[in-house]
Design a protein around this ligand. Structure first.
Ligand code: OXT
Ligand code: ADP
Ligand code: MG
Length: 567
């Protein structure tokens, strides 16, 4: 199209697509509708990958996990008001997890929204988004699109990564500008996540503290996994000989069968360590806030984090190292030449002894012959297959399915395990599965509680539509935590925790051309999982678990307030 001066014209949605492309943001996860439908079409037209979902929350979760895997912001596209709000949970979750993503949403007519005149899907989206994300911007003029995207990229990946909201009004998407002027505005953002090099004094202080430690411990969190400083973290752990404890999504950064892993001696190492070095892990609820009966009150703490305000957030940090983990670990490894760090041998011995005892207890559970299956004999079957398919993505959500799954399933490579994260969110499952399969171009196995799966189960159609190599195991114990609870009122309604134990989830995927299996024994799980992985076909295995075996809230029952008064 040309204007009256014979200039070739373009519009807001085309410029946005060009800006994404120029910045290497080549995959977009979303749900289309007014006013962004044509923008998604243009994405495909210029060679971007557009992955269409059934619900924006899953699209947002896919974008978030893609951001975690690649250090590039994952992009989620949503329509106005309800679509935007559906995506917002994922944006907030990404922000809490520290995953970089940008939710780009169309929005309705500003003048009508501002005067609250009842526009179609009218909502003041940018201001709604603000408290739930790291930054929120609205672009009103086509000449500002490249700058707007640059601000969003920088906010998402610099410092502590997080979610960014980018509002594109209907007027902007359709507004015309001559193509030559528009092209001049486009640019590629340079160094969006610049190095943040920690002070050498902070490195020296930390190394000195570690050198004086008798019972040191290293806790590795998902910030460390995100930082992709794998080689230096491994070198530091192995050169010092310090036991390490991986947080859930840091599993595999060093392999779970590493002799220095203290995962199976978690209680002991947290309680007894005299110096703990945190690498990209917050002292939040997942670490009992660094205090109380789980921790040594006299222990000293070192914390490596890019976010200065994280330091001293829950407990005094004796040696803060503020900087990016890659730079910090470079300096820490270099500093080993001048600091003699070595845990006392009786500390290592006591950690190993505790591990051995816990392995024996675990083996007894794993070798259970109970039918219907319990979590452990079912998980052992999964573990045995995954141990032969080490370079695979694992998505895990639920309560018992999550907590027992985390302990039983070994990870061998970094950034392969994706789960409920910092907020313990149900419903990340299928979004993470799709995001991982599309971004990592590898097979994905999901280990899902029956409740957890239900939050995003309709994305099975998306998985089949894109022919993704995904096997979903549904641990069907007929309930949230348990399927055997009674209705305390004695009525005919199921109890609040009850779901359908006799549900055949495997039939869902058959409706879309995938493969469904029903497994009642560990041997069947093994056989069907092997077939699912070998076939690379979208597969669901409905695993029948005894409804009576789950523990309320899994391993975090202590957080569940119990009614003191009996009904
Ligand atoms: O050392 P000690 O002696 O202490 O022993 C420890 C380890 O050393 C040892 N261990 C081992 N031994 C031997 N071998 C090995 N390999 C080994 N590994 C470890 O074992 C113990 C325990 O170790 P662990 O697990 O490391 O330690 P611990 O103490 O558990 O760690 C503490 C935590 C806090 C770090 C850990 O527990 C953790 O990461 N927890 C995460 C918990 C979480 O996020 N849960 C999800 C939320 S629960 C709840 O909220 C749910 N909802 C509500 C809801 C949510 N969440 N979201 C939304 C949007 N709506 C509603 C719902 C609806 S869960 C849920 C659904 C549940 O039903 P499902 O059907 O889906 O699932 P099922 O429960 O299966 O039915
Ligand atoms: P986990 O749940 O595994 O314990 P958290 O999400 O609590 O991990 O903590 C991750 C921490 O890592 C956050 O405080 C975040 O600021 C930090 N972080 C993320 N990326 C980097 C990085 N590249 N360099 C330094 N710190 C980082
Ligand atoms: Mg369940």
């Amino acid at each position: 199209m040309q204007n009256t001066q014979n200039q070739e014209m373009t519009d807001g949605m085309h410029i946005m697509v060009e800006a994404l492309k120029m910045n290497g943001l080549d995959t977009v996860f979303g749900v289309i509708g007014i006013p962004v439908t044509d923008m998604a079409r243009h994405m495909q037209e210029v060679g971007l990958r557009y992955i269409g979902f059934r619900h924006e929350q899953s699209a947002g979760n896919a974008a978030a996990i893609s951001g975690f895997m690649t250090q590039k912001p994952g992009i989620c596209l949503t329509v106005s008001a309800p679509g935007f709000l559906n995506g917002l949970t994922a944006l907030a979750t990404a922000t809490v997890n520290g995953f970089p993503m940008i939710q780009i949403s169309g929005s309705s007519e500003r003048p009508k929204i501002d005067l609250q005149q009842g526009d179609y899907e009218g909502l003041d989206q940018m201001n709604v988004a603000k408290p739930f994300c790291k930054a929120a911007y609205r672009i009103d003029r086509p000449e500002d699109i490249a700058i707007g995207l640059a601000r969003a990229i920088r906010a998402a990946v610099s410092g502590r990564p997080g979610g960014v909201y980018l509002d594109l009004t209907t007027a902007l998407l359709g507004s015309m500008i001559d193509k030559a002027s528009a092209t001049k505005t486009l640019f590629k953002v340079l160094e969006p996540a610049p190095k943040s090099i920690p002070a050498s004094t902070s490195i020296d202080r930390a190394l000195t503290l570690l050198a004086a430690a008798k019972k040191p411990l290293i806790i590795i969190g998902k910030g460390a996994a995100y930082a992709q400083a794998d080689a230096n973290i491994k070198a530091f752990v192995e050169k010092t000989g310090i036991p390490f404890l991986p947080m859930s999504m840091a599993k595999g950064l060093l392999p779970d069968d590493h002799p220095q892993s203290a995962a199976a001696a978690r209680g002991l190492v947290m309680k007894e360590a005299d110096v703990v070095m945190l690498i990209g892990a917050r002292l939040n609820w997942l670490l009992a806030h660094g205090k109380g009966k789980h921790w040594n009150p006299d222990g000293k703490l070192i914390q490596i984090d890019i976010e200065p305000q994280e330091i001293d957030s829950n407990r005094r940090i004796d040696a803060p190292i503020v900087g990016d983990i890659a730079s910090a670990m470079d300096a820490m490894v270099a500093g080993l030449g001048t600091h003699n760090i070595k845990p006392q041998s009786d500390w290592v011995d006591s950690v190993n002894k505790e591990k051995e005892q816990n392995f024996v207890k675990m083996d007894a559970k794993l070798n259970s012959t109970s039918i219907p299956m319990n979590y452990f004999n079912a998980l052992k079957a999964v573990r045995d297959v995954l141990d032969k398919n080490k370079d695979i993505y694992v998505v895990n959500e639920g309560a018992n399915t999550l907590d027992d799954g985390r302990n039983v399933i070994n990870m061998y490579y970094p950034r392969r395990r994706f789960d409920c994260g910092t907020w313990g969110v149900m419903g990340v499952g299928m979004g993470y599965v799709i995001g991982a399969a599309i971004t990592g171009k590898k097979q994905v196995v999901a280990i899902e509680g029956d409740s957890a799966f239900g939050f995003s189960g309709m994305e099975v159609e998306t998985i089949c539509r894109y022919h993704l190599p995904v096997t979903i195991l549904i641990f069907n114990n007929g309930g949230i935590y348990k399927g055997s609870d009674p209705n305390l009122g004695g009525g005919v309604d199921p109890s609040p925790t009850t779901l359908m134990a006799d549900a055949h989830y495997e039939k869902m995927i058959e409706a879309f051309g995938g493969v469904g299996y029903h497994a009642t024994t560990p041997d069947e799980i093994k056989k069907y999982l092997e077939q699912g992985i070998a076939s690379k076909k979208p597969t669901i295995i409905n695993c029948v678990i005894d409804p009576a075996v789950g523990t309320e809230s899994g391993h975090i029952g202590n957080l569940n307030p119990k009614s003191a008064v009996k009904v």
